[in-house]
Ligand binder design. Structure first.
Ligand code: SF4
Length: 297
């Protein structure tokens, strides 16, 4: 994934321009990756409504446009009406492209009607059984043969993403925020249920705590300066106090029992910081991405 770089957002045709925004089709997942950055293994079954997505994106499209809407989750192919979600995104005219981000295990559910509104598929390939991996690769090839761009990113390791408790150390929290590639480079702006977030982690934090200071209501946006002020804020979010940003310690990817997912998290962020990586990012904010992926052919 390309990096946008820190600093100000571009403004084009009196609209804020960003590389991508994220829509969670659903929040739950059929896998249970330890330290999933979207906390999907412990998410309640939640299916987002296509009409609401159209309403939110249409309003937002008056002030923001993007190259790509990334349809994520949870596992988006668990949405029973994914085609309607994809069409809603297209109809909002907020983006040039739609990218479906999937773990690949449910590609059987991706029919030609859905493919009509998808420009790109990004498969996050985790270390699963060989026969599952082989099937995913075969299906990816079949989709490529239908003229769609398919990228497979193999993830053999993850970084710790969030903690159970908040840190009280402002210095640490500010360092985590300042080096956060999710907020400053990847700019994973997330839209859900009428609200806009700078990252998926802040949406999850808001749900857990009820603290709405890290998001804005889409209907309250009535000029681009208000939106830019929110997106370009230099201060750490409240949610950064229980987040590792891009600097969590790395570990080999593993599937974990959903009931044990929360207890496997570090108690506080400071317990799980990769200090070498943190210091490298302080020196050079572009020092490799926090996502430990390898592109496959
Ligand atoms: S909560 Fe803070 S540190 Fe975590 S991803 Fe969002 S901006 Fe980055």
């Amino acid at each position: 994934m390309g990096l946008n770089g820190p600093g100000n957002y571009r403004v084009e045709d009196n609209k804020v321009f960003t590389r991508a925004i994220e829509i969670n089709a659903v929040r739950h997942c059929n896998l249970s990756c330890r330290s999933c950055s979207h906390s999907a293994p412990i998410a309640e079954k939640k299916i987002n409504n296509a009409k609401k997505i159209l309403e939110d994106l249409s309003k937002l499209s008056n002030y923001l446009k993007c190259e790509t809407v990334r349809v994520v989750g949870g596992e988006p192919l668990l949405h029973p009406e994914l085609c309607k979600v994809l069409k809603a995104i297209k109809d909002s005219k907020i983006c040039e492209n739609i990218c479906l981000v999937t773990n690949g295990t449910l590609l059987d559910k991706l029919d030609d009607e859905c493919l009509l509104n998808i420009e790109k598929i990004e498969i996050s390939l985790y270390p699963l059984q060989n026969k599952v991996t082989n099937k995913i690769q075969k299906q990816a090839e079949e989709i490529r043969n239908k003229g769609k761009k398919v990228t497979i990113l193999e993830y053999s390791s993850f970084r710790e993403a969030i903690s159970r408790e908040k840190s009280n150390d402002k210095n640490i929290v500010n360092k985590i925020y300042d080096t956060c590639q999710i907020a400053h480079f990847l700019r994973c702006i997330t839209i859900e249920n009428g609200r806009l977030y700078r990252c998926p982690q802040s949406m999850i934090y808001e749900e857990k705590t009820g603290d709405k200071k890290d998001s804005i209501e889409i209907k309250s946006i009535n000029n681009i300066n208000y939106l830019l002020k929110f997106l370009e804020n230099n201060n750490a979010l409240n949610s950064c106090a229980s987040c590792l940003g891009s600097v969590g310690k790395a570990f080999s990817h593993e599937q974990i029992n959903k009931n044990k997912w929360e207890e496997a998290l570090p108690e506080k962020p400071e317990e799980a910081i990769d200090n070498f990586y943190l210091n490298r990012l302080i020196e050079d904010a572009r020092f490799e991405t926090g996502c430990m992926s390898r592109k496959k052919l």
